[in-house]
Design a protein around this ligand. Sequence first.
Ligand code: T4K
Length: 370
Amino acid sequence: MKPIFVTQPFLPPLEEFTELLKQIWDNKILTNSGPFHKEFEQALADFLGVRYISLFSNGTLALITALQTLKITGEVITTPFSFVATTHALWWNGIKPVFVDVEADFCNLDADKIEAAITPQTTAIMPVHVYGNPCQVDKIQKIADAYGLKVIYDACHAFGVQINGNSLLNFGDLSVLSFHATKVFNTIEGGAIICHDEKTKTRIDFLKNFGYDGELRVVAPGINAKMNEVQSAFGLLQLKYVEHAIEKRKIICELYKELLCDVKGLTYQNQLSGVKHNYPYFPVFIDEKTFGMSRDELNELMKSHQFFGRRYFYPLISQFPTYKGLASSNPANLPVAELKTKQVFCLPIYPDLELSDVRRICELIKSVGK
Ligand code: T4K
């Protein structure tokens, strides 16, 4: 049996990509805001329904730069239930992460617990739209406004997600996307910052290019985080196919839900009304007692059948050595996240996953306890 991994990147037709590569070979512009970069940036802003977008070489550098853009310092309230890059971006800026618990339904930062964690040092909130499910954006904005805090969304899972027809990326001061190979939309590696005014976009563009404003002026201590022409051309092509790819993910997600709906001790996340989803992951949550097997045992069983799901996100970021010593990392402060991280298991989902493989995965899961 061929192994089935948690994901597999979506790739455009090779011959279409080689056509674009020929253009790069002809004009010899490889990076530094070339023609494909410009075209992709505009096409992406139009596609996503956002005003300003700045392309990056990956999501992590985009997160680090987003914090630099708004000159965030001191303490930032964030979630422990994410990929470790979310908190690393704070660490790279010398900012102290303050972990707040998540809510049970979607594992997103619990807006009702944010206020209690605010101190005079707090300057921003950095929530994550985990698995592409929107955070409680209105509640979070209300708190931010009341305390004069910035909001930077790690929207790395939220490509194309909309609330009532409006892009989720339009909420908060900034949102950050990842276009990593494992994401719904990929440029092999890549990322972006979304902002809402031209001045901020200009600052972001300076920061990702060493701080250069023109040939001789350096206006800030910037970094090199530019997306190159090959990635940009690849992204432009991917954009043609992404709606179709999301549609295929939706079919897989619906089949999982149909086949797993009556499995005792296994739950999955139901969609919020008014949300156009992008189906990046299919997390299930295992209650060991009722299911008859722990999440880790299920993982081993699946592996023995060549199904390689993943425990995104286990361990919690707060449990990694760099962050474990923080007061907010105390498990007693994060009871819901501590529970969810032990239960979660992400099943394979990607556009080319065969529905027959989804059925085989579900049969195996359903065989537990029989
Ligand atoms: N914030 C959030 C919330 C994020 O989830 C991420 C990234 C970031 C920030 C940072 O964005 P980037 O700087 O990465 O743009 C993966 C990804 O490397 C990472 O991008 C992603 N989140 C994270 C959730 O997952 P791994 O270590 O699990 O990936 P890996 O290599 O084990 O891949 C998983 C499976 O995918 C493999 O078993 C096989 C398949 N695969 C993977 C790659 C890379 C392929 O078939 N082809 C491939 O090229 O971290």
